[in-house]
Design a binder for this molecule. Structure first.
Ligand SMILES: Nc1ncnc2c1ncn2[C@@H]1O[C@H](COP(=O)(O)OP(=O)(O)OP(=O)(O)O)[C@@H](O)[C@H]1O
Ligand SMILES: [Mg+2]
Length: 158
């Protein structure tokens, strides 16, 4: 049986008030390092990002990517497709953005499930579009706009 202390050490539940883009970036970077560099990725490989338009989801993903060695200038929301992928070491990071997607067809869903089942790290903006296909075990990042430069951000494990 896994004891409680060990469980807590390996779980990630944090909330902050980020007063700037940089503060959001630091929070994202800490999480990325814990997840990828500290070897916690095997537990859960899907990160859902929720929040209104302009809340900071893509900003979070860029800083997350930067922290694990992906050039943040190449990370941007997919335009002609709904995901982009980046290789880093032996990990492939997928960044999905379902904002423009109304209906996903069967092939889209199969492709999503294959990516999640594979040895990949998957970050998803607007995950509500694919809610019913999300693995039960995943991380939830919620971003709330407090004012122009402030965001309340929480990361929780599901
Ligand atoms: N503390 C902060 N954290 C993150 N972004 C901030 C913060 N303060 C201001 N911003 C600004 O808010 C905007 C966030 O944009 P971003 O594209 O990351 O949002 P998004 O949630 O991905 O939106 P969308 O739903 O359109 O994809 C940027 O212009 C950024 O500079
Ligand atoms: Mg975005």
């Amino acid at each position: 049986m896994v004891n409680q202390a060990a469980r807590e050490e390996n779980s990630y539940n944090k909330t902050i008030l980020a007063n700037s883009v940089d503060a959001t970036g630091e929070f994202a970077a800490d999480f990325a390092k814990w997840l990828v560099l500290n070897g916690n990725l095997y537990q859960k490989n899907v990160v859902c990002l929720r929040g209104n338009l302009g809340a900071g989801k893509t900003t979070f993903v860029k800083a997350f990517a930067n922290a694990i060695g992906i050039d943040p200038s190449i990370v941007k929301s997919p335009t002609y497709t709904y995901f982009r992928k980046y290789a880093v070491g032996d990990i492939t990071v997928y960044h999905f953005d379902y904002y423009r997607i109304e209906d996903l067809n069967k092939r889209d869903i199969e492709e999503f499930l294959e990516i999640v089942d594979g040895n990949n790290l998957v970050l998803i903006e607007w995950p509500d579009r694919i809610e019913e296909y999300l693995p039960d075990d995943h991380f939830e990042v919620e971003l709330e706009v407090v004012d122009e430069n402030k965001r309340k951000i929480s990361i929780n494990e599901n």
